[in-house]
Each structure stands twice: as structure tokens, then as C-alpha cells.
Design a protein around this ligand. Sequence first.
Ligand code: ADP
Length: 217
Amino acid sequence: MAHFTVIGLGRFGITASLELIHLGHTVTGIDSSEKLAEHYADELTHTVICDATDERALKELNLTQSDGVLVAIGEDMQASLLTTLHLKNIGVKQLWVKANNKAHHSILAKLGVSRIVHPEEEMGVRVAQALNYPMVNDYISIGHGYYVVEIKLIDDLDNITLRKLLGDKIHAVETLLVKRAHELYSKPHEAFKVRAGDSLLLCGTRAVLKSLAPRLV
Ligand code: ADP
């Protein structure tokens, strides 16, 4: 169990906070709005009413004890930057900051923030990918052009071998896992027969995964 601090309890901040609580961690939520801090007092471990741009007030909160601090201040870029600067001075362990636009991102990068998040854009890309490839349940980018995608097999793809399913791409794509109800089959052999409804975790380049798409729908 870890302890996190989330500054700014707008929609993004509160969603992240409640998920951390759900994962078994403790969360201090900070907001300058008394109404919001009071509203979430029962759901979060602690809530504090505080203007995070006030360095003295921030220093009193023992933020170095937190395993991670997330700055989720929405529109007010100046408040977000000033808060970030103070947190850098205080020296918190892991600092994550939500950026609202390119200028905001560049300044955060200059301040040395390594975890800058763009929730709207990231979610926009995810939704577009899901609309484009409906069989892809979820995906993660693992860098250097490689992706891990989760694909759910449609009814037509019942009882065929991985070799047949993946065809000439069998060596270009790695089948990491097949999930069938509660069973997991890791690194299945190419003679493994998949069934309709199986979820496959495939790893490969975007181009190779994309070329498989017509076979999977
Ligand atoms: P979202 O896009 O996540 O919904 P909002 O702009 O609605 O973003 O929420 C940001 C939250 O950050 C608001 O609840 C606001 O009260 C809070 N906030 C803004 N400035 C400060 C500040 N200086 N100190 C603490 N909290 C702040």
C-alpha cells in the first residue's frame, strides 16, 4: 500500500484518486475549493483545502512522505506551473503533472517533470483506435514502434490454429497469451487451436498488427 497526494479534484483528479483508493492505496486530495474538499471528505483518506500555489501552505503538508504526487489542476496553467515549481523545490518522490496544451507541456519539461500526462489527447487516440479496429479491446505502446494489443476473437474464428489465424505473419507477431474464460495459455505453440471468444494478447509493430486486421474481423 502506498500513499498518494492528488492536487486538484476536478473530474480527472477525482477519478485518479478514487481509482487509487480502489487499488488499496491511501490518498490525500487537495483543492482550493472548500466545497469540493468537503464533498470528497468521506471518499478519500484525507482532504485538504489549500491553495497549492502558496508554497508555505504546501510545505506544511509533508508531501515528501507521499509516494507520488499528481498535479491535476485543470484550466489554470499558471497555478499548475507554480504548484509544480514548489513541488520541485520541496523535492517530492514521484511527480506527475497533467498538461493542458503544448506550451504547458514544454514548460513542465523544462522544469524537469518526467511524467507529463495528456488525458484528453491520450483518450482521444484510444477511442479513435477502438473505432478504427473494433476487434482491438485495448492496446499499449511499448516503444520503438511496438504495441501489445488485446483482441477478442469473433465467432467465425472458431477452432483454427494460430498458424492459420496469423498466416504469413506468424513469425512477425508474438502471441503472448490466450485467455479463455478463467484459463490462461501463455506463449501458445502455433498448432494451438483458438476458439471464438478467446482473447489474444499479440505483440508486434503497428504495420504488422494492422495487416492482420482484415483477418480478425
Ligand atoms: P478537470 O479538467 O480535471 O475537470 P478542472 O479545471 O475542472 O479540471 O479541475 C481542476 C481542479 O483544480 C478544480 O477543482 C480547482 O478547484 C482545482 N484548483 C485550481 N487551482 C488550484 C490551486 N491553486 N490549488 C488547489 N486546487 C486548485
